[in-house]
Design a protein around this ligand. Structure first.
Ligand SMILES: Nc1nc2c(ncn2[C@@H]2O[C@H](COP(=O)(O)OP(=O)(O)OP(=O)(O)O)[C@@H](O)[C@H]2O)c(=O)[nH]1
Length: 369
């Protein structure tokens, strides 16, 4: 059996929807509905052909078994098995053999034969179980031969209008059901992709974006500043005495403080602001379309909020942050120039005794762009 994640399997790198144990265990239940519907509608088609062929009781009994008994029997068989995933694959192979058996038993009536074989193969493909379609080939061929020998390979390919009409529900309902199932799968995959994308951009401790992603936002903002003469501000934040929390109360307390600092920062951001974790205890916020006054107000709100926080893990610690702010200028050719300007202001805030905010000084004759 070729299955993702099975040691020694030749297709270990093939990723299928059955990568998880839960997905494998639920296969019989998920197939049950499809099989009941498919076999039920298939039996309707077969019954119409049998009616026209004036078939004997044996074929009618087999038709009733196919449409009504087999789906439930198959479900119970795999559900009670010690290995339901493997058992269900055996049932799927039997499904194909049953479909193939009916081709000669219907005297090769063209439309129902093609329909049964095509839908049966499509169902196998839809399971996404590697190699399943190939495994159905030999049993299907043997079933076809057995049915052919039983009927002397009687050949009546013409499909009457009644048979064509009987095929319609199967074509329509089956196709819609499979389409719906695929749609659900695609939606699930898209949702998971969005979650993964968010995870790959987010710092798990602070909930802020990671530095690389933040830098991309900052570069795009600086580009807009130069290209469209739009204002922007950059805020660099460093926690004061953070190392002390680690040293005195342990890294778990340090992490709790970072988590809190991230949450408080997110609460003061304005729409459009991009806040990232710049380093260990350093955060950076780029504020597109923002003048210095607005950015300073936001940063001051953060400074004041951080001064007021209480942390049970470090009750004696006086929490505060130092902040440097720089507006984007024409001579900031690269993002590093802009960051350096904010960094110098941050250094100045530290030098002034921490827990304060400093705006980068403007060189003589400086303009935005
Ligand atoms: N708990 C925890 N500590 C971290 C993490 N990342 C970095 N650190 C620690 O943060 C500390 C930062 O130290 P400093 O840069 O001296 O910061 P500080 O103590 O705030 O010093 P000042 O900025 O001068 O006030 C270092 O001890 C790092 O080991 C993290 O994810 N969790």
């Amino acid at each position: 059996m070729q299955e993702a994640g099975v040691p020694g399997s030749p297709s270990r790198e093939r990723v299928t929807v059955f990568a998880s144990k839960r997905a494998r265990a639920s296969l019989p239940r998920r197939i049950y509905l499809y099989r009941s519907l498919g076999m039920g509608l298939g039996a309707l088609v077969i019954a119409m052909v049998l009616l026209e062929l004036q078939a004997g009781p044996l074929r009618w009994a087999l038709c009733i078994f196919t449409g009504l008994a087999w789906p439930h029997l198959a479900y119970q068989w795999s559900r009670r098995s010690a290995a339901p995933f493997r058992a269900e694959q055996r049932n799927l192979v039997i499904d194909s053999a049953i479909a193939a058996l009916w081709v000669p038993l219907m005297h090769f009536n063209l439309l129902p034969s093609v329909l049964l074989m095509a839908l049966s193969a499509a169902d196998k493909m839809n399971t996404d179980i590697p190699g399943l379609v190939q495994r159905t080939l030999l049993p299907s061929l043997l079933a076809l031969l057995a049915g052919g020998l039983a009927t002397g390979f009687a050949f009546e390919p013409h499909s009457s209008t009644a048979v064509i009409l009987a095929c319609l529900p199967m074509m329509l309902i089956h196709t819609l059901m499979v389409g719906l199932g695929r749609l659900q799968l695609v939606r699930k995959v898209l949702q998971k992709n969005r979650e993964l994308d968010l995870l790959s951009r987010t710092d798990v401790v602070t909930g802020l974006v990671l530095r690389g992603h933040w830098e991309r936002g900052a570069v795009a903002t600086l580009h807009d500043v130069h290209a469209q003469s739009r204002p922007a501000a950059l805020v660099l934040i460093d926690m004061d005495g953070f190392k002390l929390v680690n040293d005195r109360h342990g890294h778990i307390a340090g992490d709790a403080l970072l988590r809190k600092a991230g949450a408080v920062l997110r609460s003061v951001l304005r729409p459009g602001d991009i806040a990232g974790r710049y380093g260990g205890d350093e955060f950076a916020v780029v504020c597109p379309d923002t003048g210095l006054d607005e950015a300073t107000a936001m940063a001051e709100a953060y400074r004041a909020a951080m001064e007021g926080i209480a942390l049970t893990q470090a009750p004696d610690h006086a929490h505060s942050v130092s902040i440097g702010i720089a507006r984007a200028r024409a001579n900031h050719a690269r993002i590093e120039d802009w960051i350096n300007a904010a960094d110098k202001a941050l250094y100045e805030a530290k030098r002034r005794g921490r827990n304060c905010l400093v705006v980068a000084s403007e060189p003589q004759g400086a303009s935005t762009t």
